[in-house]
Design a protein around this ligand. Structure first.
Ligand code: AFP
Length: 322
């Protein structure tokens, strides 16, 4: 048995769930090859299409989506899947036990600059009291996730995954094609001096959030009495990975740029899986008013404000917003 299967079985996952994660990893390994080959594989640049979010699709968005879709639809345990790149759920086997949702390639704007990108995924149980092909299947709070994870295509290809216990990190061994356990349990320090927030949006923030960030920037001359450093990857997967590795606070708050879309990150396949992993590593993940995992979804591509990371820093941020 490979490391991922062994660890997930030890964490209580059923053989079927482990097999499903293995299928996702098979597709992710192919995506990793495309990312690594880049221009040599002709996969850089944009298509002429837009997704449901109104964003221009990159060639790699489409390729990654197709690889995951093809692999998952061959699995009889998959009832339906949802993707950032699909307007509506894609139906699999009506009797399938699982729902899978994913952002096939998070951080698409990094593709053409050789920056970090990743695949974020989550698995929910299929609900027997709701039609198998209904979008309502996916309207489950994040607490119901059976498994959440991401594959980060960076200097190394990493898998970070949890089935509800520890958040574990594996590294893809290019020689064997296996993900090898490299950190058995991630543990986010409660305090931090690092933040990841896109400061170019500050004129659109609510005053309380702006005050919080102003006080971070004021450093040891302000009320926080310590200096902070800033990092921004423009790929949630990269920013959250850094927080999982060494602590920090990551936030994409609500703003007033577009009144019809006050938040940017998607609940189902971005905020929920990341919140699951962050909590498994001892951190906190909230919207501006509520624990992310307890939100009752109302739409497939619903967007939410996100504040996550080192527990004490998230608490401080939330205290400003009260
Ligand atoms: P994609 O999934 O479309 O690549 O979007 C990435 C993302 O939603 C998230 O990963 C980043 O945190 C965020 O966008 C970066 O957004 P800005 O460009 O507004 O900083």
């Amino acid at each position: 048995m490979h490391d991922v299967s062994k660890a997930l079985r030890a964490d209580g996952a059923t053989p079927e769930l482990v097999a499903l994660v293995d299928i996702i990893l098979g597709a992710a390994t192919q995506i990793a090859q495309c990312v690594r080959q880049g221009a040599l594989a002709g996969v850089l640049g944009s298509t002429d299409d837009e997704n449901i979010q109104g964003e221009t699709q990159k060639k790699l968005d489409v390729i990654a989506n197709q690889l995951l879709k093809n692999a998952l639809l061959q699995c009889t345990d998959v009832c339906a899947l949802a993707s950032e790149e699909e307007d509506t759920p894609v139906v699999g086997n009506p009797e399938g036990k699982y729902l899978v949702a994913f952002d096939p390639l998070d951080g698409s704007s990094n593709i053409d600059i050789n920056g970090q990108v990743g695949t974020i995924f989550t698995i929910f149980p299929a609900l027997r009291d709701i039609a198998f092909d209904s979008e309502q299947q996916f309207h489950q709070p994040g607490t119901q996730q059976l498994c959440a994870g991401y594959v980060l295509y960076g200097g190394s290809t990493l898998l970070v995954v949890s089935v509800g216990g520890a958040t574990r990190c594996f590294t893809l061994d290019a020689a064997s094609g296996n993900f090898v356990l490299t950190q058995a349990s991630l543990d986010i320090p409660a305090d931090t001096q690092e933040f990841a927030i896109n400061l170019s949006n500050q004129r659109f923030w609510r005053p309380a959030f702006k005050q919080y960030v102003d006080d971070l920037i004021a450093g040891d001359t302000g009320p926080r009495k310590k200096n902070y450093n800033m990092r921004w990857n423009a790929a949630m997967v990269g920013d959250v990975h850094r927080v999982l590795m060494r602590g920090g606070i990551f936030s994409y708050p609500s703003d007033s740029r577009n009144p019809r879309q006050p938040a940017k990150l998607r609940l189902l396949y971005e905020a929920n899986p990341m919140a699951f992993l962050i909590e498994g590593a001892g951190g906190k993940a909230w919207t501006e008013a509520q624990r992310i995992l307890t939100l009752q979804p109302t739409a497939l591509h619903q967007r939410v404000a996100v504040i996550l990371g080192s527990a004490n820093e998230v608490d401080t941020c939330l205290a400003y917003l009260k």
